[in-house]
Design a protein around this ligand. Structure first.
Ligand code: PRP
Length: 183
């Protein structure tokens, strides 16, 4: 789905499909270089990271493996509570592996803080984070992602894996949701 097919659901497009593709290629080149000879294990955090994992892993010129986690914050609110439940754990042992967590977005940073603590306890050789998007609040967080695609304004943003009520993940561009959609 493209932004122009949404007919007024967005107030503006922040990043086009082409801009996202270019940024993914830059990150992949950097990570190819940083992980030369290391064959990283990419850990995607479902569901939002599906798009970035698919594009980023294919933009790499070197070998990698992929695995997935699904986590959920306790509570029904729209804000992260910081208490995270693992719905699906990794299938592989990460002891001694070079692990790169792949996220779509860091908002409060609470999900990532939990994940990093949990994964670190399993004894990886290295543990870093790549996130496609970062919200302003994340800059206050304890975990600093090594690789960041784009910083976002403090707006309600959808597309490229980011959803509102389950929708818009399949939007190729990223944009700000019009208030009438969520009012
Ligand atoms: C999103 C995103 C991160 C988390 C970030 O997941 O994928 O995992 O929120 O938020 P935080 O920094 O405030 O903790 P979400 O729980 O919305 O699930 P989803 O990936 O299925 O959309």
């Amino acid at each position: 789905m493209k932004a122009e097919q949404l007919h007024g659901d967005l107030t503006r497009v922040l990043f086009t499909e082409a801009e996202i593709e270019r940024r993914i290629a830059e990150l992949a080149a950097q990570i190819d270089s940083d992980y030369a000879g290391k064959e990283p294990l990419l850990v995607g955090v479902l569901n939002g990271a599906l798009m970035v994992m698919a594009d980023f892993s294919r933009a790499l010129a070197s070998h990698c493996e992929m695995d997935w986690m699904a986590v959920s914050s306790y509570g029904a609110g729209t804000q992260s509570s910081g208490v995270v439940r693992i719905l699906k754990d990794l299938s592989v042992d990460i002891k001694g592996r070079h692990v790169l967590v792949v996220e779509d977005i860091i908002d409060t940073g609470l999900t990532l803080a939990y994940l990093i603590q949990n994964l670190q306890s399993r004894g990886p050789a290295s543990l870093e984070v790549m996130t496609m998007f970062r919200k302003p609040e994340a800059l206050k967080g304890a975990v600093v992602p090594r690789y960041v695609g784009f910083d976002l304004p403090d707006e309600f943003v959808v597309g490229y894996g980011l959803d509102y009520a389950g929708r818009y993940r399949n939007l190729r561009d990223v944009g700000t949701l019009a208030p009438h959609i969520y009012a």
